[in-house]
Write a protein that binds this ligand. Structure first.
Ligand code: AMP
Ligand code: MN
Ligand code: MN
Ligand code: MN
Length: 287
């Protein structure tokens, strides 16, 4: 009998970036996986910001529903004064160094949240710390989106995007610049825990071509593996551009909706356009 080498069957619906209530999404990990299954997802990674607590529940539901589940996390990083997000896929959430790293980022979030509330209070908005925490199901993971939901509730802007523009971006009263993890450290935690590291939504960082090349070089030097090519904040042109960067820098290409909420997000989980031809998909690295 001819022996056919094991090959992952062709999969058309893969989503490797989304959020649950463990960070700033609105669905529980189980409900998120169920929604993904309903949308036909065959392989899913849950990638909450700086926290792995949703992975157990998500995996159990994925097993029940017959979805291949990948452990993920989205790590907050500061590089040359900019905030970048590095997605880890296939990580071991119990790995000590990764755990300690994420613990320290979450502590920093609590400190930042108090400073954000002070800034909003100086702008005449009181009660935002308690208000934001009321939207955070996971009290260990507080972020700008929780503040945004509170500010919308209080009528300070009509939607989340508007509230970010008015209050939560650089130069606005609720913005506090913050030092997240070092790029090298974040990639190191992901790699040491058995995962692959991916630069999330590279089109969102407003980097010059030279800065992007420097970032990719440093990321690869640190052991980084891939970049997101298809994601909700990328236009088709951006996807083609980052597919080209992936090829030139020999990086794997990832795909992820970055879904947070049915009413707030631009793209539903599992509703992604196809990866452009020619770049190598990151799931090749999953074995
Ligand atoms: P944080 O990590 O707490 O600074 O919050 C970052 C999160 O805020 C991102 O993951 C998005 O979910 C959300 N976010 C950032 N910028 C915007 C924006 N302009 N509009 C809506 N949501 C945003
Ligand atoms: Mn988010
Ligand atoms: Mn992100
Ligand atoms: Mn995300």
């Amino acid at each position: 009998m001819i022996e056919i080498p094991h090959r992952r069957p062709f999969m058309s619906n893969i989503d490797l970036h989304c959020h649950s209530i463990i960070s700033d999404g609105v669905l529980s990990p189980s409900d998120l996986v169920a929604r993904a299954a309903g949308n036909g997802v065959e392989m899913l990674a849950l990638t909450d910001h700086d926290d792995c607590d949703g992975l157990g529940d998500a995996r159990r539901t994925a097993e029940e529903l017959g979805i291949e589940f990948i452990n993920g996390v989205e790590v907050s990083v500061t590089w040359r004064g900019k905030t970048l997000h590095i997605v880890g896929l296939g990580i071991d959430p119990d790995h000590a160094e990764l755990r300690h790293g994420l613990d320290s980022i979450r502590e920093g979030r609590m400190v930042r949240a108090r400073l954000m509330a002070d800034g909003l209070s100086r702008a005449g908005i009181s009660g935002s710390l308690e208000g934001a925490y009321a939207y955070a199901s996971n009290k260990n993971l507080i972020g700008r989106t929780h503040f945004a939901r509170f500010l919308v509730e209080k009528g300070h802007a009509k939607d989340i995007q508007g509230v970010f523009r008015k209050f939560l971006v650089h130069g606005r009263p609720g913005y506090v610049s913050h030092q997240w993890a070092e790029l090298n450290a974040a990639v190191g935690w992901i790699k040491k825990s058995g995962g692959v590291a991916v630069i999330a939504h590279p089109g969102r960082y407003d980097l010059s071509a030279a800065a992007l090349k420097a970032l990719l070089a440093e990321f690869i030097e640190a052991g980084g593996n891939g970049i997101e090519v298809v994601t909700s904040s990328h236009t088709l042109d951006m996807a083609l551009r980052f597919c080209d960067f992936a090829k030139r820098f020999d990086l794997l290409a990832s795909v992820g909706s970055d879904f947070h909420s049915p009413s707030e997000s631009r793209m539903d989980v599992g509703k992604l356009p196809a990866l452009p031809a020619g770049c190598r998909p990151i799931w090749e690295a999953f074995g």
